[in-house]
Design a protein around this ligand. Sequence first.
Ligand SMILES: [Zn+2]
Ligand SMILES: [Zn+2]
Length: 288
Amino acid sequence: MARRAHRLADAIARDFVHTLTGSIAELPIGTEGNRLEPGHQFEWYWLVKQAPDLFKPSGLNDSLERTFIFAQEHGVDRKTDGVAASLDENGAIQDATQRIWAQAEYLRALASHTDEAARAALPQQVALFQQRFLRPEGWFEIKAPKGDVARAEIPSTRRITSQPHTTRCRAKAERRRTLFHMVRKPVESWYRPLPAEEICALCGRPIPRSQRDLHHWVPKTKGGKEVAPLHRICHRQIHALFSETELAQRYSTVEALLTDEAVRTFVRWVRSKPNDFYERTRRSGRKG
Ligand SMILES: [Zn+2]
Ligand SMILES: [Zn+2]
């Protein structure tokens, strides 16, 4: 079984991986008119993350990190975050329509992403997905780049109004069942809860979900990208003690923060509290 999977992964790496971008093409490399589908890149990204050891010998693990960046940069619309159907080998859009499955694969890739910042984008992307593709009675299969419904004749997209009531009900039940598989199943397979015991970088205690904040080590306004989960109370305390400039210039690591006596006093105090303890930040009067 594992050997067969290895052979298959090797064959894909050899014949379908586009060297420049790391993307897995739809047709063997060298075929004229080849295309790269961002949805498939995201699907592969997720798949390989599920069994990294299996794919390691093929080199796919490494190429897919590049693939994700390529697919996101060229295939995800900057304004709407809709995923385009296909790109050519230079990353130019070939088919700009957006399909629900590709959008779901994007969510899956984000959920399994190595980079915390990518995973942090997931809740917003789930909301966008719902807004763009789901509706009370079902879903839209394909959307045009501007968000209009495309290919309205597709059964899942079509509103059934002309059939007798019983047929209509049956069709509705049918659609709901399909929707269950289409939407619910991907949800189950891509959604992984956060690790149960996430540890606060400042105080070292586990963070309950309700108290989880993300702190930018260098404030976002100063161009910082790296984030870490902290207790809300720990997070508020840091911002009560230091201005954004101070954080950016002098206190952008835990070690640096802990050189400050007020931070150490706070950490000693908060460590004696229950993990979900929260009270309004005590003003230090030092911020300015
Ligand atoms: Zn904490
Ligand atoms: Zn912060």
